[in-house]
Ligand binder design. Structure first.
Ligand code: ADP
Ligand code: ZN
Length: 299
């Protein structure tokens, strides 16, 4: 029997808390805005305590899919902290420690995007795969890398949103929107980049708008680089911008063209439609991933 645990998707704008053991066994869910850290974390704790009482069952661990940057180094004194975020009130804020103290159970902690990837690997699109990538194209661009079934942290953690991709200024004179790098991947292709370039948010641009050709080009270039770098078995593309489903066929075609038959794998050459895919858990990848990492630490 899978154990009953709590999952928190701790986002910069909202928190989503789930109690359950799998997608078919979600006992309760709550969403609330991210306000002051203490207030927000206390609200999450209260929810879990109330649910334990209501269900008459113990929540055995908590998993947190957290917005970043975060400290994931277990030997660091600030392990489990949100570190240098510009989000008011949240810089240098402990997350793991207060949850552990208030709930008295183990707390698993990782980056929101890679946890969403773990959710997709356990119950979603990437079930059974060991090496895959989850990219989210939203307010920012984030990338989770799972290799041999484990999230890659490395020195700090991968920051795929800030890689550089070719930017043809003649085709796209927009200088880019990243405050650090200007026209990095996120600076060119995030939701806010689309909005700045065209003066309207993506959901207001029609399917045939030239915005989507440019967007598909940047996403294809990034995916091409990642395929060549990491040799993933699947690339999952999620986040608000990918609700523009017309992007998927364009990206698949363009990635095939860019690769130009160089990678001789049927997964790409014959099955590109199931190689570059949307998340299958929808907006629950992060919360379910948090449940998965909570279960992992008590296995
Ligand atoms: P976040 O990244 O903040 O967690 P989302 O993944 O929903 O949240 O991303 C929000 C961004 O995605 C915004 O910039 C928004 O303009 C864009 N977006 C949301 N929905 C759509 C849509 N249907 N089409 C295009 N862009 C969208
Ligand atoms: Zn950048």
């Amino acid at each position: 029997m899978a154990k009953l645990v709590g999952g928190i998707e701790a986002g910069g704008t909202k928190f989503v808390c789930l109690v359950g053991s799998s997608p078919d066994d979600i006992r309760a869910e709550i969403r609330f805005p991210t306000t002051h850290p203490q207030e927000t974390l206390t609200k999450a704790v209260q929810f879990f305590k109330e649910q334990e009482e209501k269900l008459g069952e113990k929540i055995e661990a908590i998993g947190v899919a957290c917005f970043g940057p975060i400290d994931l180094n277990p030997s660091s004194p600030t392990y489990g902290y949100i570190t240098t975020t510009p989000k008011p009130g949240w810089a240098h804020t402990p997350v793991v420690k207060p949850l552990h103290q208030m709930l008295g159970v183990p707390v698993a902690f990782d980056h929101d995007v890679v946890v969403a990837g773990i959710g997709e690997g356990k119950w979603g699109a990437a079930q059974g795969l060991k090496d895959f990538i989850y990219l989210t194209i939203g307010t920012g661009i984030g990338g989770g890398v799972i290799i041999s079934g484990k999230p890659v942290h490395g020195l700090v953690h991968p920051e795929i949103g800030h890689i550089r991709i070719p930017h043809d200024l003649q085709k796209d004179p927009f200088p880019g929107a990243c405050p650090y790098h200007g026209d990095c991947f996120e600076g060119l292709a995030s939701g806010p980049a689309i909005e700045k370039r065209w003066g309207k948010p993506g959901h207001q641009l029609p399917v045939e708008h030239p915005a989507w050709e440019i967007e598909a080009e940047y996403l294809s270039l990034a995916v091409y680089n990642l395929i060549l770098t990491l040799s993933p078995e699947m690339v999952i593309l999620g986040g608000g911008v990918m609700q523009q489903l017309q992007l998927f066929p364009r990206i698949r075609q363009r990635v095939l063209a860019l690769l130009n038959q160089y990678i001789q794998s049927p997964a790409i050459l014959e099955n590109i439609d199931s190689y570059i895919v949307p998340p299958s858990l929808g907006n629950r990848s992060g919360g379910l991933g948090a449940i998965a990492i909570a279960q992992q630490i008590i296995e």
